[in-house]
Ligand binder design. Structure first.
Ligand code: NAP
Length: 313
């Protein structure tokens, strides 16, 4: 069968796109490598989504998933590894199968950025983690460190401060990129210690991580912190490399697409954190999903051609 729209990625952008496409009566297949929800699944408490003062990432994602399914979107859990464009349709290739559609929405989001220090990946699950809400429970009454200065690091440090005996928050600068509200909550905690202008430069371990070496960027001094767990929260990298042959990416790997979500390839749209944009938030991911689906529907209804009056980005 040739679907109207294949959506790659079942995060907030992809699942919102599925809702809009189904409400426009288009057939929809959502392909997802792992679990529905994407990055927001790991957020314990979302406080900045309009009209929802508090909701967990899990509840938000599950409600969205059920909404998309109820509207008739089909979900298949396979990782898309490429797209081919030809004969008036797009073929999305996964490790096991290939699927055809008139239009594709890439809502692939992003993956955890690594610190890039020796043995970081080897110690994954042995003291190194990229997800405080997933692994925090293992560190009750233990000593942990969080690295990063964005909202994720701040939220992770707050979450862990309620479980762990002590939390170090290590940031490479002396001012945070994340929201002030969160920073102020951290300042009020007596078990959180800030370490500024510093990088983690060595992981010390036997079978598990037991300590880290932290180097101050200003004076070059090095100190060793005995910790049980290191939570890395240094941002995300877009997951677009599998599609780079077909669509233009910028130097940082984001899909070049404007607010109307059109990419350099007609009939392929990008929605959410994987595209060039000024603000990567839940609310902008959802907005992108709505926009990408609306543009995909217009493209299909225009006999799989870009509308002529479209303003190029
Ligand atoms: P981010 O905002 O990109 O912050 C990454 C942090 O890691 C920055 O402070 C950066 O330092 C630091 N960093 C980057 N590479 C590093 C390295 N190699 N070594 C040490 N430090 C490094 O990433 P994020 O916190 O994951 O957030 C991603 C997006 O999601 C943001 O737009 C954020 O606002 C959003 N988000 C929103 C919520 C929410 O609304 N509830 C929750 C989580 C995330 P510099 O500051 O020096 O660059």
């Amino acid at each position: 069968m040739v679907y109207d729209i294949i959506i790659i990625g079942a995060g907030p952008a992809g699942m919102t796109a599925a809702i809009y496409a189904r409400r426009a009566a288009k057939s929809v297949l959502v392909l997802e490598a792992l679990n529905y929800g994407g990055q927001i699944l790991n957020t314990p408490d979302i406080e900045n989504y309009p009209a929802r003062a508090h909701i967990s990432g899990y509840d938000f994602s599950t409600t969205l998933y059920e909404q998309a399914k109820e509207l008739g979107a089909q979900f298949i859990f396979e990782k898309a590894v490429g797209i081919k464009d030809g004969n008036g349709k797009k073929t999305v290739v996964t490790a096991k199968n290939s699927y055809e559609a008139k239009a594709v929405i890439l809502a692939t989001g992003s993956a955890n950025r690594k610190l890039g220090i020796i043995d970081e990946e080897k110690l994954l699950g042995k003291g190194v983690s990229y997800c405080a809400t997933c692994d925090g429970n293992f560190y009750r009454q233990k000593v942990v460190a969080v690295v990063g200065g964005g909202n994720t690091a701040i939220e992770d440090a707050l979450y862990l401060s309620n479980l762990a005996k002590k939390v170090y928050l290590i940031h490479r600068r002396d001012s945070f990129r994340g929201e002030e509200t969160g920073v102020n909550r951290l300042i009020a905690k007596d078990n959180v210690e800030f370490i500024f202008n510093s990088n983690v430069t060595r992981l010390i371990y036997d079978k598990r991580l037991s300590a880290i070496e932290v180097t101050n960027k200003i004076d070059g001094s090095v100190k060793t912190l005995e910790i049980n767990g290191l939570f890395v929260a240094v941002g995300r990298v877009p997951e677009n490399q599998n599609f780079a042959e077909l669509i233009k990416l910028n130097d940082a790997g984001y899909v070049q697409a404007g607010e109307d979500c059109h990419t350099s390839c007609a009939g392929i749209f990008a929605a959410g954190d994987n595209r060039t944009k000024a603000l990567r938030q839940l609310v902008t991911a959802a907005a992108d999903g709505a926009m990408a689906a609306t543009e995909a529907v217009k493209y299909i209804n225009n006999n799989c051609a870009r509308p002529k009056n479209r303003k190029e980005d």
